[in-house]
Design a protein around this ligand. Structure first.
Ligand code: ADP
Ligand code: MG
Length: 284
């Protein structure tokens, strides 16, 4: 071995250790062991505790990377959390239920969620926040809109890779289908979407948001028989989130406009300084 050769400098243990830690895929051990060793020597921490600290750091980092991967894989159009959701703005929504759902146990039980309410009441926000919470618990999540999903299903079918695409969907522990009801579906689109629900039944959780009450879902799927069968599966184990209220967007822009108008002792700002849509002052 080269180490036996007195002519050559033997590899420093550090070089070897760095190599082994890389091989073992322990990047946090690699980046932290030296600094932590010095700290532990200084504080008189024994070897076992030193190793324990390193192992804990590695685990924390590994979990953080896993959550980040899950969030990227979910393809959320925006990252929203429950921390930024104002429950006071929508009294019809059962806050306790939402907080309970954020714990993710319904996903282990393969239960579904349906969020119903008119536009702007925070359905997508809640769907995104519950999706994020599921990612943080290490679950595989997928986010899509009903129209987007149907488009992808049709494309996959035309390209003869429907089975593979469906297998990809089945791998999600939670599939979020946003905005069901905004666009009526073609008969083929409706069939393909029905198959998704059918394949997920009791195998994985699905979260659907819709602006339409159940009675009107037939207008989206075009067939009473299909809608009935779909609702039967989707609502067998389901948590319904009632989100009836005024549009949050509209309320916010109205209150901003009011604030602008109510500012005392000041002239109404000249037009051009106020955004006509939101009432926001765009210049001082
Ligand atoms: P919907 O999907 O029901 O049409 P969104 O979830 O897209 O509504 O909400 C519209 C906007 O208002 C988003 O930017 C969302 O983050 C915000 N929003 C809605 N409701 C609330 C709320 N209760 N607290 C905080 N932000 C909200
Ligand atoms: Mg929405």
């Amino acid at each position: 071995m080269s180490a036996d050769n007195p002519e050559r400098t033997p590899a420093k243990p550090q070089v070897l250790l760095n190599h082994h830690l890389k091989q073992l895929k322990l990047p946090t051990f690699l980046s932290e062991y030296d600094k932590l060793a010095r700290e532990c020597a200084r504080d008189g921490v024994d070897h076992t505790r030193y190793l324990l600290r390193l192992a804990e750091l590695e685990l924390i980092e590994r979990e953080r990377r896993m959550v980040e991967r899950r969030i990227r894989a979910a393809r959320f159009p925006a990252v929203k959390s429950l921390d930024t959701f104002d429950f006071m703005a929508i009294p019809s929504l059962n806050k306790m239920l939402v907080l309970e759902l954020a714990r993710g146990e319904y996903i282990l039980r393969r239960e579904n969620i349906i969020a119903l309410g008119p536009s702007g009441t925070g359905k997508s926000h809640i769907a995104l926040a519950l999706g994020l919470a599921a990612c943080q618990r290490g679950m595989a999540v997928g986010f899509t809109t009903a129209a987007g999903l149907v488009h992808q299903l049709m494309e996959a079918r035309d390209e003869k890779r429907l089975l593979r695409f469906q297998a990809g969907l089945a791998a999600y522990k939670l599939l979020i289908i946003d905005e069901l009801g905004y666009v009526p579906l073609s008969p083929t689109g409706a069939e393909l979407l029905f198959e998704v629900f059918s394949q997920r039944y009791e195998r994985g959780s699905t979260l659907v948001t819709s602006n339409l009450p159940f009675e009107d879902w037939t207008s989206v799927f075009g067939s009473e028989r299909l809608t009935g069968a779909l609702l039967d599966r989707l609502t067998h184990h389901v948590h319904i989130l009632e989100m009836n209220g005024d549009s949050y967007r509209l309320k916010q822009s109205k209150s901003r406009r009011r604030k602008v108008q109510q500012t005392p002792g000041e002239e109404t700002p000249a037009t051009g300084l106020v955004d006509p849509n939101t009432g926001e002052i765009t210049a001082p």
